[in-house]
Write a protein that binds this ligand. Structure first.
Ligand SMILES: [Zn+2]
Length: 235
């Protein structure tokens, strides 16, 4: 099995949205002088590769620690939109691909925008579904959506309407993913956020599981609602 890491590094130089305080990763002790190493991390929970829970925008919405793990360890359906101009994707743009979406999928919009991480282009060069397209995906019973860009809304949005579409439906949103170009159209995926009580979102390690060529025995068969039906997840 091959594992593709779809998360960016957390580090002092990581890009954050305008208005968000830069993170701070400070060593408090190091092995040569103290005999041990220890650090202090400080960052806004909606920076870097992270997940939004419904509670991010919906009063009374599910918090991250309330999301069943079977919603986070499931199948990714990857939509390759690299030939599409950056910006909103309509229902017409999605076309027949909506039929490929299964219940509990995490639908990942691949724009190849991770190549722009750390540049000004990063904040505008990704694709995200418009309200109708989002509604169609939600209607398929998806677990959530993800982007190799910073948001479900354009960064200049102050109303976050598309966030509201997703989060009010109980879906999760993955932001600032990377390496989506390395994924097949469908694969098992593991999203492992920190277990912070009542979190409205937070950093997430996103790992896509790929069988090696000719290796069909390592992964459970991808079928039905989830490709990891053979994996027992105990909350
Ligand atoms: Zn967020």
């Amino acid at each position: 099995m091959n594992v593709v890491d779809c998360s960016h590094h957390y580090e002092n130089s990581m890009p954050v949205m305008d208005g968000i305080e830069p993170p701070s990763f400070v060593d408090l002790a190091n092995v040569p002088s103290d005999g041990y190493a220890m650090s202090r991390y400080a960052f806004t929970n909606h920076s870097g590769t992270h997940i939004d829970a419904p509670a991010h925008q919906i009063d009374g919405g599910a918090t991250l620690d309330e999301i069943p793990l079977t919603r986070l360890v499931t199948d990714a359906l990857v939509l390759d939109l690299r030939s599409h101009a950056p910006g909103p994707i309509s229902l017409e743009d999605l076309g027949d691909r909506v039929a490929d979406v299964r219940a509990n999928d995490l639908v990942l919009f691949c724009s190849g925008n991770d190549r722009n991480w750390g540049t000004s282009a990063y904040w505008k060069e990704w694709c995200y579904p418009d309200a109708d397209a989002s509604g169609a995906l939600i209607g398929r019973g998806v677990s959530g959506v993800g982007f190799d860009g910073p948001s479900a809304d354009p960064v200049e949005s102050v109303t976050y309407d598309l966030h509201r579409v997703w989060l009010s439906a109980g879906c999760v949103i993955l932001e600032n993913l990377c390496a989506l170009t390395a994924l097949p159209a469908r694969c098992p995926i593991v999203c492992a956020p920190l277990k912070v009580r009542d979190a409205n979102g937070g950093p997430v390690r996103v790992l896509a599981l790929l069988p090696e060529p000719g290796d069909t025995g390592t992964l459970p068969a991808s079928s039905g609602r989830s490709g990891v039906t053979g994996t027992k997840v105990v909350p």
